[in-house]
Write a protein that binds this ligand. Structure first.
Ligand code: SAH
Ligand code: SF4
Ligand code: F3S
Length: 439
């Protein structure tokens, strides 16, 4: 009798990884596997890993070690994602009970790799790196959210910022055709999705292989798919940020009034060391286009503090930039040296305590900016997409078009369903969320 094929999958890292996992789950199901909730119940244990910061590799090995005993019970292990691509066959040396190692640029070969695994083969690798031009498209995506549909439009990265592993872990930049993206958008709209999030490490570096649409045109076209009420896109790179993106947001109400535009540093000197390919002024010019839009567009960013050689003055320039732009959200990180990257050969000159201090100063100042920004919504009526309901506290949570979390109550006896939209009057604000009542 054939035993049932089961798998457990845990995902780390960014939205691209989360969405890859949706595609991996869909592929496994298509191959006859059933997903289970814990390692003990699974025949195949998979980790979809991230290696962006800190000792990410070590964490994966620790995790594998914790569950090593399950190998004796006949379970198999697979490592997917960025650590898989980065460490490659070294994973088999350090964790001999792993039988599958695959980076995201090889997922299109998963069905074949799974067949080999089932046939008893060990040490199966999918380590296509920067050679491949192909993207991973599947009709079997197992979307985890019933209302927010992720769609990858561009994979990989060609930017090679000096601190970053992504160009080594996700391969060459390659875009999907606009017709394939639109077909997926229509198909998920038909399934009832109203929010689409277009994904790419540099989503706006998109280049249609069919030559039909620019990024802004694709964005506009997705925004006009029947049934779609919200379109988000992440992450934009300042180098490729063009004015027509702002024009599209102004013209098409379904395009959310939010742009995430990572700056990394406010010092042109550091930006040069980071190989970001823009200066402070270049960045601020793009911000001025966004601020000149007819709609008020919310801004968010990523910052790295303590990059090799970052001086007090460089850091002050970053703080000045934050004060000037007045972001609604900032993700701040302490620089961490990553394998294979050019920055690793620079002297990591800022001591750990100083990195921590700069990060703390940054987050505290930013909190004050957000306290003021969020309070500006008091009295407004916002369109909120419901994400969750806490019946115990009578609280409903959701997000505004600007991506701000909104917690609200409703006088209606029946709580609204996740994925529906509510008009909410804003009655209170915090540095990271708004409070209100359904109207
Ligand atoms: N492609 C996007 C971001 C990718 S990674 C972009 O270019 O903006 C997400 C964030 O992680 C980056 O924006 C950066 O702020 C941070 N990051 C990447 N590598 C890092 C490193 N080695 N140390 C600390 N933070 C890092
Ligand atoms: Fe990394 Fe830079 Fe590519 Fe972003 S653009 S993924 S930071 S190399
Ligand atoms: Fe991490 Fe890879 Fe994403 S390193 S942040 S999972 S691209």
């Amino acid at each position: 009798m054939a035993t049932e094929k089961t798998f457990y999958l845990e995902t780390f890292g960014c939205q691209m990884n989360a969405h890859d996992s949706e595609k991996v789950i869909g592929t496994l199901r298509q191959q006859g596997y059933r997903q289970v909730e814990n390692e003990e119940d699974a025949g195949l244990i998979l980790y979809n890993t991230c290696s962006i910061r800190d000792k990410a590799e070590q964490k994966v090995f620790n995790r594998l070690n914790d569950y090593k005993k399950l190998h004796k019970a006949g379970k198999r292990f697979g490592v997917l994602g960025c650590v898989a691509q980065q460490e490659g066959e070294k994973i088999f040396e350090r964790a001999p009970y792993v039988s599958l190692v695959s980076g995201s640029a090889s997922y299109r070969k998963l069905p074949e790799m799974l067949t080999r695994l089932e046939a008893g083969e060990r040490r199966i690798t999918g380590l296509d790196d920067r050679q491949t031009e192909e993207t991973f498209e599947t009709e079997f995506t197992a979307r985890q959210s019933p209302y927010r549909g992720y769609i990858t439009i561009i994979e990989g990265c060609d930017k090679f910022c000096s601190y970053c592993v992504v160009p080594y872990t996700r391969g060459k930049e390659r875009s999907r055709s606009s017709s394939s993206v639109l077909a997926e958008a229509r198909s998920i709209a038909d399934q009832g999705y109203t929010e689409i999030q277009l994904l790419g490490q540099n989503v706006n570096s998109y280049r249609d292989p069919e030559g039909k649409s620019s990024f802004a045109e694709l964005l506009a076209a997705v925004g006009q798919v029947r049934g779609i009420r919200r379109v988000r896109f992440t992450t934009s790179h300042p180098r490729d940020f063009t004015r027509d993106i702002v024009e599209a947001i102004d013209a098409i109400p379904t395009l959310c009034d939010h742009v995430h535009l990572p700056v990394q540093s406010g010092s042109s000197r550091v930006l040069k060391q980071m190989a970001r390919e823009y200066t402070r002024d270049w960045y601020l010019e793009r911000i001025s286009w966004i601020k000149a839009a007819r709609r008020i567009i919310s801004l968010s960013t990523d910052i790295i503090v303590g990059f090799p050689g970052e001086t007090d003055d460089d850091f002050i320039q970053t703080m000045d930039l934050l004060a000037e732009v007045q972001y609604d959200c900032v993700f701040g990180f302490k620089y961490s040296g990553r394998p294979n990257t050019p920055a690793l050969t620079m002297i990591d000159s800022v001591p750990e305590e100083e990195k921590a201090r700069r990060l703390q100063v940054l987050l505290e100042r930013q909190r004050e900016v957000q306290r003021i920004n969020y309070a500006k919504h008091l009295g407004e009526i916002l369109d909120v997409m419901v994400e969750g309901v806490n019946p115990a506290r009578g609280q409903i949570s959701g997000r505004s078009s600007q991506n701000k979390p909104v917690n609200f109550t409703s006088a209606h006896p029946i709580a609204p369903a996740p994925g529906t939209y509510q008009q909410v009057k804003i009655t209170g604000s915090f540095p990271n969320s708004l409070v209100g009542e359904a109207v």
